[in-house]
Design a protein around this ligand. Sequence first.
Ligand code: ADP
Length: 159
Amino acid sequence: MTIAVYPGSFDPITNGHIDVATRAARIFDRVIIGIYDNPGKQLMFALEERVDMAVKAVAGIRNIEAIPFTGLAVDFASRVKAGVMVRGLRVSADFEHEFDMAMMNKKLNPELELVCLMASPEYQFLSSSILKEVARLGGNIDDLVPGHVAEALRKKEGA
Ligand code: ADP
């Protein structure tokens, strides 16, 4: 059985993330979305909120779950016995960052394989940070996130 982890901040989870997780779940037996407790960037949502939104987003998919983690993503992968780490790649800008991280992760845990899935065309432009900006300015985000995430964003913005 091949277990894959899909780590990230998920602040909040978007349809782009869900697309990557769903496609990974067709390749691997089990996909565990790992939500960094403290990614070192300014966050809109607390860890429990990010986990809660992700859990709800994948509730209908049998072999995907979402749990929080602390510390290195490679150690998280070992703890849950994952042999693969999944990441999503959007435009070329993602590549350099992913490549650097992949090299470091390989050094930290040579056993763990990285699988990058290309973002689907409809989500190439979608990032949590742009999404939050659009939500803040009152734009329509209904096609970009599940309903409960759109609701949580509207609440944060007091809209
Ligand atoms: P980070 O680990 O940088 O905090 P995020 O939580 O924003 O990343 O995203 C987690 C992973 O999902 C990263 O590999 C990121 O490139 C990928 N990702 C983010 N948005 C999309 C998208 N729209 N389509 C495909 N992959 C995405």
